[in-house]
Design a protein around this ligand. Sequence first.
Ligand code: EPZ
Length: 429
Amino acid sequence: MEQLSIYGGKPLRGIVTVSGSKNAALPILFATLLTDGETLLENLPDIADVRLALQILAEMGCRTERRGAGIAICTEGAQYRMPAPEAVGLMRASTYLLGGCLGRFGMCELPRPGGCNFGTRPIDLHCRALSALGAQFSTEGNCLVGKASGMHGAEVCFPTCSVGATVNTLLAAVCAAGETRIRGAAMEPHVVDLARYLNACGAQIEGAGTDEIRVVGGRPLHGCRHRIIGDMIEAGTYLMAGLATRGEVSVRGVSVAELTAVLQTLVRMGGVVSVSGDCVRCRSSGPLQNVAVRTAPYPGFPTDLHPQLCALMATGYGLGRITETVFPTRFRYTEELRRMGAQLYVGDGEVLIWGGNLRPAPITVPDLRAGAALLIAALSAPGETVLSDCGFLYRGYTDLAPKLWSLGASVMPTTPGTQAAAQPSDGAE
Ligand code: EPZ
């Protein structure tokens, strides 16, 4: 069980270049199955979920290799093979095998996908959309089995905005003969990046980034060279860590426009934000005033920064409220925050937070973004906090410790019973 020992209470100062977006990289990796030839992906984040996706592709006969700063994926000779349940069960992005395998092989046996456990994670919208394109599904044991002897364009209308279902529909639609219209599509930047990649491979996708996407499918797709966009959630996490420690952190490598809802929230709390090119800096100018925030699909405030915002508000002043509209039960992190002295109340799909001071406590990380929230809390609490089960963090944050060290944080990855990993003398004591 991996641990992270954090000596909190010091302001973080410095600049972090964010890595490639996890939630853009994963759909694009599985989208390579739809192409014949070689794709070179640059700015691919070196995180556990990406390594797992590459492993699954390799088991299907794709050749993957590091090429300079990028990763090349050659799909010539790829053959269908049921993905290993123990791999599929480790991440939610395994669901993209539905669109990828149906599109290339006309079939998919999908063991139960994994994903952060903050409530039910159904895939009914995925199946309904893929069925409209001609796929047929059945359940065999613990596997969802999909078959498609030839997919055709269709009208797909989502009653609930779903990133994953939009991704899977795009993957299938580019292989389906004819025109597909997706209404109620997710507008996240990672959906746009996927469409950009597929179009560079020869697809015809229009309207990505809006809630209505048109696809003319059935065109042969070749490989291409593509740079993954920067991770807006990683960027927001570091900005909030800087504010929570009353320091001054800048992030670069991400589109500032994608952070609009996040930056507006930090300014409402009293953060001072300045932008220079693709570099965003945030510092506090006095007490941070807690506010009311509602999460929403993009361009709203992202659900994946809700836990981190709660940790920030726990160090703020006054009463804050976060209403979670995407995953109304993603509140497991609050139990751990309480252990650190946070004054909060979880209601129906919302959390109320009374600002105050946090103190160290033994913490167990329940999921990826909860881990990011607890990391922020530990960085702000004077003294040593040990985060256990922090392997979750490595699923979504590349080079976490080195990036924190560059900001002056005293963080040491440890595993129980061993010496703390060496940390460069940051001289910031
Ligand atoms: C993606 O999950 C992300 N994961 C999540 O990030 C992110 O929180 C989420 O989108 C929302 O932005 C990846 O990209 C790998 P949804 P996804 O389908 O696709 C309901 C992280 O920390 N729904 O947009 O699973 C669902 O229950 C992770 O990086 C159905 O009802 O999310 C939820 O209430 C956490 N039926 C809502 O839609 C379905 O078939 C939005 O979920 C699918 C979804």
